[in-house]
Design a protein. Structure first.
Length: 401
């Protein structure tokens, strides 16, 4: 059977050829990535499975377009559409939920894929007696009339899981501000774009197929969007997804305590905030008010002596390790006394450092960009944004004052 399939001549349509070229390109990019990353993180495994599903769907679409005699059996693989949503959803959970682990009950999310694949096999060979046949004026019979419920299930799966992913991502940036001083590597904006793209492409496919089912004549086909659209998602996954490190790694790397730095040119960047609501904040915490006050003083001393905020990408876990306290206690203390998130607190110290350097005659030879990097920012745009937000002027304007 396989020999007969590959022995028949193929005259590829332009659309099929473009899909094959995209598949080849994505496979080349993936191979290059695998050569440099021999160990996959949990999130990358979910993305790899997502990509394999999309590639199989694209190849199935090409076979259906180019070899009509083989189209019906290959519709079984179209059920993989209902696996894309769960894979993206669980990847989102890995990146937004600390200590997430795969549980046996999670396998239930794969059941619709198996159910509808088996259902299609049961429907073959197609006949007018098929209980799942849905006839309209535009589709008196044929494959589309037999696959109405399959399409409906796929639409609901893709949109439902994508919406669930977006719900997880909504509070994500705020949560990351409690742990990271730099968000460019952890904001997951590309993942939001991925979920929105799935919803958009699926919505277009729904409108296309429903209008055709109702008898509206047009050249758009929902299957085309479901074949070409995911290929665009593959490129997005390769460009951003495989480079995205797990935000909550299973085995976090140990970090060294920053060594003391020369503070001759820097001003006193310690922020002595005291919150009048501190008693209320620690009333329900395992950290007492006296312990929080002591930790706050230790934190200020550490900041003056070691200036860890000058390290780009500083994480609260690194600071907590240096102070030998828990991340939660340190976060509560910063929130309670500075009344800022860890992200805003560290960047306020960096801005204070930058202000001192901008007015220092010893640093007059440095450009504004260099001063931003020396103050702990890892990008010029982030430095300008925070400086303007906190001072009301740009770094250049501040230096000219």
């Amino acid at each position: 059977m396989i020999t007969a399939f590959f022995s028949q001549p193929f005259n590829l349509q332009l659309q099929s050829l473009l899909i094959l070229l995209t598949i080849a390109f994505s496979m080349g990019m993936s191979t290059n990535f695998w050569q440099h990353h021999t160990r996959f993180q949990t999130g990358q495994r979910f993305l790899l499975l997502t990509k394999l599903c999309v590639l199989l769907l694209a190849l199935t679409y090409i076979i259906q377009q180019e070899a009509e005699d083989w189209a019906l059996p290959f519709y079984t693989l179209i059920s993989l559409q209902m696996l894309i949503g769960p894979l993206v959803f669980f990847y989102t959970r890995v990146q937004t939920i600390e200590h997430f682990s795969w549980q046996p009950q999670h396998w239930l999310h794969t059941l619709p894929t198996l159910l509808f694949a088996g259902l299609w096999i049961w429907q073959l060979p197609l006949s007018d007696d098929d209980p799942l046949l849905v006839i309209s004026e535009a589709h008196q019979n044929g494959v589309h009339a037999h696959r109405f419920w399959h399409k409906l299930a796929a639409w609901l799966s893709l949109i439902g899981y994508s919406v669930a992913s977006l719900r997880l991502l909504m509070p994500h940036e705020g949560n990351m501000k409690e742990r990271f001083s730099e968000l460019s590597e952890v904001n997951l904006n590309w993942l939001k774009g991925l979920a929105i793209s799935i919803i958009g492409l699926t919505s277009v496919s729904i409108v296309s197929d429903i209008t055709r089912f109702m008898g509206v004549k047009h050249s758009l086909n929902g299957g085309d969007f479901q074949a070409l659209g995911p290929l665009l998602l593959i490129l997005l996954i390769i460009r951003y997804g495989f480079r995205q490190q797990d935000i909550f790694p299973a085995d976090p790397a140990t970090t060294e305590t920053p060594q003391a730095k020369n503070t001759d040119t820097a001003s006193d960047t310690t922020l002595e905030y005291v919150s009048p609501e501190s008693k209320k904040k620690y009333a329900t915490s395992s950290l007492t008010e006296d312990e929080a006050a002591q930790l706050w003083r230790r934190l200020q001393t550490h900041m003056q002596s070691y200036q860890p905020y000058l390290e780009p990408g500083l994480k609260i876990s690194q600071l907590a390790s240096a102070l030998e306290v828990s991340v939660n206690h340190l976060s509560e203390t910063i929130n309670g006394y500075a009344r800022l998130s860890f992200y805003d607190y560290i960047n306020s110290l960096r801005i204070a450092e930058a202000k001192a350097l901008l007015h220092s005659t010893d640093m007059a030879h440095l450009s504004v960009t260099d001063i931003g990097y020396q103050s702990g920012f890892n990008s010029n745009s982030t430095f300008y944004t925070h400086f303007k937000k906190m001072t009301g002027v740009t770094p250049r304007q501040y230096r000219a004052q």
